[in-house]
Design a protein around this ligand. Structure first.
Ligand code: ZN
Length: 239
C-alpha cells in the first residue's frame, strides 16, 4: 500500500473543502448584496421624491389657476372703477378697497407660486441625482455579477476536477487503509496522515520525528505513526 496515495487523498479533500468555502465566501457576493440594498433604498427615495414632485406640481397648478382668477377679478374691478358707471363715492371707495385686496392677495399668491417653483426645481434636481446614482449602481452591480459568475464557474470547474481526481484515487487505495483514513479523519481535523518534511518535522503536529522513525517510514511504507500525535507518517522519496 502506498502511503503517498493516502496523503494525496488528504490533500485533495483539503482542496475540495477549501474551494467549497471559497465559493460560499466570494467577496463579490457580499458586495453584490450591499449594492442591491443601496439600490433598493435609492429606488425608495426616488419614488418618494416623485410623489413629492407630483404633489408640488398639483399645488402649483391650483395656485396658478387661482392667480388667473384673481387677475380676471382685478381687471373686472379696474374696469368698473374707471368706466364711469359708478359715481357714488362710498361705492367707489368700496370698489377701490376690493381692488386693493385683490392685488394684495395676488402678491401673496405670486410669492407662494415662486416658492413652490423653487421647491419643484429642487425636487427635480434631487430626483435626477438619485436616478443617476441608481444608474451607476445598476452598472456596477451587473459588472460585479459578471465577475462573480466567472469566478464561481472557474471554482466549480476546479471543484469538479478535484472530486474526479479524488474518486479515481479512492479506487486505487486499499480498502483497509481507506476505512482507517475515514475513521481517523475527524479526530485529526482532516489530516490523519502526517508528511515528514525535509527538516524531519511531522506536518501534523510540527514536532521533530526521530531519524530512526524517518528511516523506518521511508522503507517500511505504512504502519509507522508519529510518536507525538499518532498520525500515520508519510515519508516522501528523496529526490
Ligand atoms: Zn505528529
Amino acid at each position: 500500500m502506498n502511503i503517498e496515495m493516502l496523503y494525496l487523498l488528504q490533500e485533495l479533500e483539503a482542496r475540495e473543502t477549501k474551494i467549497q468555502k471559497q465559493i460560499k465566501r466570494l467577496p463579490q457576493l457580499s458586495q453584490l448584496r450591499l449594492i442591491k440594498e443601496k439600490y433598493e433604498t435609492g429606488q425608495k427615495n426616488l419614488a418618494e421624491k416623485n410623489d413629492c414632485l407630483k404633489e408640488t406640481a398639483r399645488r402649483l397648478k391650483k395656485l396658478k389657476n387661482q392667480a388667473v382668477d384673481l387677475e380676471a377679478k382685478e381687471k373686472e374691478l379696474t374696469g368698473v372703477l374707471y368706466d364711469g358707471s359708478v359715481q357714488n363715492p362710498k361705492e367707489l371707495e368700496n370698489l377701490q378697497q376690493k381692488l386693493d385686496d385683490a392685488k394684495e392677495q395676488n402678491d401673496i399668491l405670486s410669492n407662494e407660486i415662486i416658492t413652490l417653483m423653487v421647491e419643484k426645481d429642487d425636487l427635480e434636481n434631487e430626483a435626477k441625482e438619485i436616478s443617476a446614482a441608481l444608474k451607476v449602481m445598476y452598472n456596477e452591480f451587473n459588472q460585479l455579477k459578471g465577475q462573480y459568475s466567472r469566478i464561481k464557474i472557474e471554482l466549480e470547474q476546479e471543484l469538479t476536477a478535484v472530486i474526479e481526481d479524488k474518486n479515481k484515487l479512492i479506487t486505487q487505495i486499499d480498502q483497509k487503509w481507506l476505512s482507517w483514513f475515514k475513521e481517523q479523519r475527524e479526530k485529526y481535523a482532516g489530516t490523519p496522515v502526517g508528511k515528514i518534511t525535509e527538516s524531519h518535522f511531522c506536518s501534523g503536529c510540527r514536532t521533530v520525528v526521530p531519524t530512526a522513525v524517518v528511516r523506518q517510514a521511508r522503507f517500511q511504507n505504512g504502519d509507522i505513526f508519529c510518536e507525538q500525535c499518532g498520525r500515520l507518517l508519510f515519508a516522501p522519496k528523496i529526490s
